[in-house]
Each structure stands twice: as structure tokens, then as C-alpha cells.
Design a binder for this molecule. Structure first.
Ligand code: PEP
Ligand code: MG
Length: 574
């Protein structure tokens, strides 16, 4: 059946391939009756699926990718133990025979019982294990349905596979990093959610917020992911397919052409230099940063090292992680952001869910509430500063006392290292993220205490417009061009420029081609974005006449009207 679904693009480009359904046990599985003479065969089918799931886990255990989180082996062991536990495998066998039902149905019924028992447990860590049970059941279901398992290497044809999921768990990250899928699409998620950040770090076309894709698409159905328009075409007819194949090769050709700009200095037509930096989530993203010719890393999101594991990473492990990036950059700067956990980025050991996580104990608030954890991270960053040009960035500052406390802890971390005789950069710069409207409106008190500012527009938009950035139900209200957002962004850039305090934009607005000239017109000279966007942004900078865009950008600010803003933006980008 030929149809089109609309979602939000989180990673651009076009990919054409075959659907690979990642099953979610929560989704409906079929329920049908098994004839008395077929019961033995049904139980045998159930047993074979368990064997297959065990083999898959065994194969995964033998080929743990070097970049997998250290807890990955423990996570595999836990899944093996769950698979071998009779509470999961025995009851469904009896149920198949007693109720004459199919194996998938019996398995999901048993899973629901176990999950309900786990939900009653007080201990938050044990309670979370219900997610592992669900993941194990999904693996067995996949084997029952005869689809290929995620563990099976299919390297030659993986690039032609498009993962279709209801939602993706952070634990899938290690698997995705090991595979080379052509793209992925999910029913849930907002464009700046954790899922989206993962998609960008994989640099493959991806869409989120498709609502019912997982239910409507069949395994191996031909799909076109159009990450440029936010469209998924299912089972396209030959004319549409031909058109997309053409667009895909044109897009590829343009990307190849852009590579020529790799070592061209970024400057506007009148010669004003513009700094283009890259955002990364993991040390292995550095290759892409170097390939894109970035001037350094403008945002290293460190929280990914802390996720998918039971214990916090030690200071030494963190040091090694940060050192790798600092050394690989060969003298170019890296801005290491201290932990921004909370909201959609949660730890395995997180306790009770917060009533409103985006407004709760997140980012710098969490670090200040856990000073030992924060100090260990600060020491690790400081030690890495001996191996490259490192700066520290504090996420989500809103109060002066938060900055003062954080600076006092930086001082304490320095003293601790001095006592140990460990080398570090004593003059390390410490900056703050402007991502809460309060910070944008009270800039001088931050500028007096910090060396630089970085505008986190993803959160600035979320908090200005009261739009949960992970919730696709309100995704249509997430608007970087809202006059209030533009005022806060322009005000921050202009105030910092007047005071001579370096200011960057490191949120998604920095990598949005439609906004490059507007931001240049506001006075921005430092952009940090995902490396895959960098060369296209550079090309736009090279073709920008500052004298023309500055007055237009001021008119956008003065107009304060969304319709007029879009007209002026079209003029800016003409
Ligand atoms: C932002 O909020 O714009 C930002 C860069 O930080 P994150 O997306 O990691 O919250
Ligand atoms: Mg943020």
C-alpha cells in the first residue's frame, strides 16, 4: 500500500531502503487459537525462539564494540540471566497448551505479569529492571516473528535497512553505533529529544514523531526517508521512487562539492571572520569534526558517558574520555560541558520520577546537589586541560549563586589537583550556557563572572514558549522564529558583543541554514553545530554580505510579527 507519513526531521538527507521493524512488546501482538494437533509444534516454535535469542546475545557478547559503554557486558549478562530464568520461559509453555494460544500471546501475557510485579518494588534500581524484561521479550518476539535480530551482522545490506521503532531506548545506542543502518524513524520523540541527538551523532537521515509508523509498516517494505522535508514515503510507486533517487544523488553530489570548502576560512563577503565549531556527544565523533574542518568543539555533551550504566564513571575514566578529545583536536579548543542530566537524559539509577523533570533537578542544579560527583568531573576536565585547549561550560545557569558555587568548586578541584601534583591549565576558561530566559534577561551578572557565554537555543525555546522539547504533541509550537525567542537571542548576542564577552550559539539554531544570515545580522560570529551541517553553513557564510543582512535582521526584530518575519527571512536568504 502506498502512503506518506509526516514527522519531524532530526537529521537531514534522503535514504531509500527496506523497513526493519524493531519490535516493542507493548505493541499489540496477534492472538489466535492453535489447533490441538499443532500445540507441540507451537511449543517447539517458542523454544526455538528462546534458543535463537540466546544465540544472538552470545554473538553480541563475543563482539562487544570497542566504543560500547563499559557496562554493556553486564547488561548482556543480565539479559542472558532473564532469558534463562524459568519464570519467563516456563509459564508461557504451559499457557500455550492450556489456553491453546499462540506463543507470542503467551509470552506477552507472562511479561505483563512480571512487569506488574516489578512495578510494585520499592527499590528504584530493581524496579527499573522491568525495562530489561521488556527488552528481552522483544528480542524473543522478534525471533518468533522470524525477522532478523539486531545482533546479526548484515553489513553489506545494512545501509539499505531503515529501522522503524515506536521509540528508541538509550540502551539501543551501543547497538546502533555498531551497525550501519541507512536511517531510522520513530513514532515518538521531539526534534531536540535525546533520540534526535543520537540520530544526529549517527549522521543518518531520521524522522521522529510519526505517530503510527511502527503499526502501519511491514517488515521489508520499501521506504523513503526524506529528512529534508520530514516525510516518510511507504511503498513508493516507480515515478516517486525515480524522483527520490535523483534527489538523493543530487544531495550526495552537493555534499561532495561542499567538501572542497573544508580548509577555506569562514568569512563573510566583506572579510569578517566567523568561527564554526562542532557539537559532539562521544569521543569517536571527533573524526567527523576533523573531516568537516571545524575550528574545534564548541559543545561536548558529557552526559552520554553517564548513561546506560549502573555506576558513575570514575574520575580516571572521565579523564581518559575527555583527554582523547582534547588530544585529538591538535591544539584546537574543546568546550566541555559539565553534566546536563535530568529531563529526558536520565541515569540508570535514577530514583523516583520527578513531577516535572525539565523544571526539576537538572544540569547545574543536579551537579551542585551532588558536589562529590561534580568535583570528580571537574578534576577530570582540568586534568584533560593539560592535553589540549579545554574550556569548561556550565549548563542551565539561572542564578548568580549557582555560578559562584560552581566557580568555588572549580577552585576546590584545582586545589585538590595541586595537592596531588597533577598538571592542569590554571587559567582555564569557564563559561555559562544561556538557555533559561532569566539568564538572557539578566546577562550582566553572568558576564561579570564568566569568561564566555553559549546560547543553548533548544532549551531557551523550550523554556520561553513552555514547550516540552521531547513531546511531539506540542512539536508544532516549538518555534525558533517566535518574536520572544528572537528578542532573547539577539539581546544576548548584542549585550555580550558590547561587553566584549565571547558568545556562541550551540543549540540547533546554529546549524539551521535558514537562520544563518539572521544570526549573522544579529552580530553572531561563533556557531557550534553538528559536524554534518558545518560545511553547508560555511558556504552560506561565504556568500553573505553583512552590510545587507544587518538592517534586515534589525527589521525582523522591530516587526515582531510572525508573518512579516517569514517574509523578511525569505528576503535575507534570497
Ligand atoms: C541547548 O539546549 O540548546 C543545548 C545545546 O543543550 P542540549 O540540547 O544538550 O540541552
Ligand atoms: Mg540545553
Amino acid at each position: 500500500m502506498n502512503f506518506v507519513l509526516h514527522g519531524s526531521s532530526v537529521s537531514s538527507g534522503i535514504t531509500i531502503g527496506y523497513a526493519h521493524l524493531v519490535s516493542s512488546a507493548r505493541l499489540e501482538v496477534a492472538h489466535y487459537e492453535i489447533g490441538a494437533d499443532a500445540l507441540d509444534a507451537e511449543v517447539a516454535r517458542f523454544d526455538a525462539a528462546f534458543v535463537r535469542a540466546k544465540d544472538e546475545l552470545g554473538a553480541l557478547g563475543e563482539h562487544i564494540p570497542p566504543d560500547a559503554p563499559p557496562e554493556f557486558a553486564a547488561f548482556l549478562n543480565l539479559h542472558r540471566m532473564i532469558l534463562e530464568d524459568s519464570s519467563l520461559s516456563h509459564a508461557p509453555r504451559a499457557q500455550i497448551r492450556e489456553q491453546r494460544c499462540n506463543a507470542e500471546w503467551a509470552l506477552v501475557q507472562q511479561m505483563e505479569k512480571l512487569v506488574a510485579q516489578f512495578e510494585e518494588i520499592d527499590d528504584p534500581y530493581l524496579r527499573e529492571r522491568r525495562l530489561d524484561i521488556q527488552q528481552v521479550v522483544e528480542r524473543v518476539l522478534k525471533a518468533l516473528m522470524g525477522g532478523p535480530g539486531l545482533a546479526e551482522p548484515q553489513i553489506e545490506d545494512e545501509r539499505k535497512r531503515i529501522v522503524v521503532a515506536h521509540d528508541l531506548a538509550p540502551a539501543d545506542m551501543a547497538l546502533f553505533k555498531r551497525h550501519h543502518f541507512g536511517g531510522f524513524v520513530t513514532d515518538l520523540g521531539g526534534v531536540t529529544s535525546h533520540t534526535a541527538i543520537l540520530a544526529r551523532s549517527l549522521a543518518i537521515p531520521a524522522l521522529v514523531g510519526l505517530h503510527h509508523a511502527r503499526q502501519m509498516i511491514r517488515e521489508n517494505e520499501l521506504l523513503i526517508v526524506d529528512g529534508l522535508q520530514g516525510v516518510l514515503v511507504v511503498d513508493p510507486d516507480p515515478i516517486v521512487l525515480g524522483e527520490y533517487q535523483l534527489r538523493q544523488s543530487q544531495h550526495e553530489l552537493e555534499r561532495q562539492k561542499l567538501k572542497r570548502l573544508r580548509s577555506t576560512p569562514a568569512a563573510t563577503l566583506d572579510g569578517t571572520p566567523v568561527e564554526l565549531f562542532a557539537n559532539i556527544e562521544l569521543p569517536q565523533d571527533i573524526d567527523e569534526v576533523l573531516e568537516a574542518g571545524a575550528q574545534g568543539v564548541g559543545l561536548f555533551r558529557t552526559e552520554f558517558l553517564f548513561m546506560n550504566r549502573k555506576e558513575l564513571p570514575s574520575e580516571d575514566e572521565q579523564f581518559e574520555y575527555y583527554r582523547q578529545v582534547a588530544s585529538a583536536l591538535g591544539g584546537r579548543p574543546v568546550v566541555i560541558r559539565t553534566l546536563d542530566l535530568g529531563a529526558d537524559k536520565t541515569l540508570h539509577m535514577d530514583g523516583e520520577p520527578m513531577p516535572n523533570p525539565a523544571l526539576g533537578l537538572r544540569a547545574i542544579r543536579l551537579s551542585l546537589a551532588e558536589p562529590q560527583m561534580f568535583l570528580a568531573q571537574l578534576r577530570a576536565i582540568l586534568r584533560a586541560s593539560h592535553h589540549g585547549r579545554v574550556k569548561i561550560l556550565l549548563p542551565m545557569v539561572a542564578h548568580v549563586h549557582e555560578v559562584e558555587q560552581a566557580l568555588a568548586l572549580v577552585k576546590q578541584a584545582k586545589e585538590q589537583l595541586e595537592e596531588r601534583g597533577a598538571p592542569f591549565d590554571r587559567a582555564i576558561d569557564v563559561g555559562g550556557m544561556v538557555e533559561i530566559p532569566a539568564a538572557a534577561l539578566a546577562l550582566p551578572m553572568f558576564m561579570r563572572r564568566l569568561h564566555f557565554l553559549s546560547l543553548g537555543t533548544n532549551d531557551l525555546i523550550q523554556y520561553t514558549l513552555a514547550i516540552d522539547r521531547t513531546d511531539d504533541a506540542v512539536a508544532h509550537l516549538y518555534d525558533p522564529l517566535h518574536p520572544a525567542v528572537l528578542h532573547l537571542v539577539a539581546h544576548t548576542i548584542q549585550t555580550a558583543n558590547r561587553a566584549g564577552v565571547p558568545v556562541a550559539v550551540c543549540g540547533e539554531m546554529a546549524g539551521d541554514l535558514a537562520l544563518t544570515r539572521l544570526l549573522l545580522g544579529f552580530g553572531l560570529r561563533n556557531f557550534s553545530m553538528h559536524p554534518s551541517q558545518l560545511l553547508a553553513i560555511k558556504e552560506r557564510v561565504l556568500r553573505t554580505n553583512l552590510a545587507e543582512v544587518q538592517p534586515l535582521a534589525q527589521r525582523v526584530l522591530r516587526s515582531g510579527d510572525p508573518g512579516r518575519t517569514r517574509e523578511l527571512l525569505a528576503k535575507l536568504n534570497a
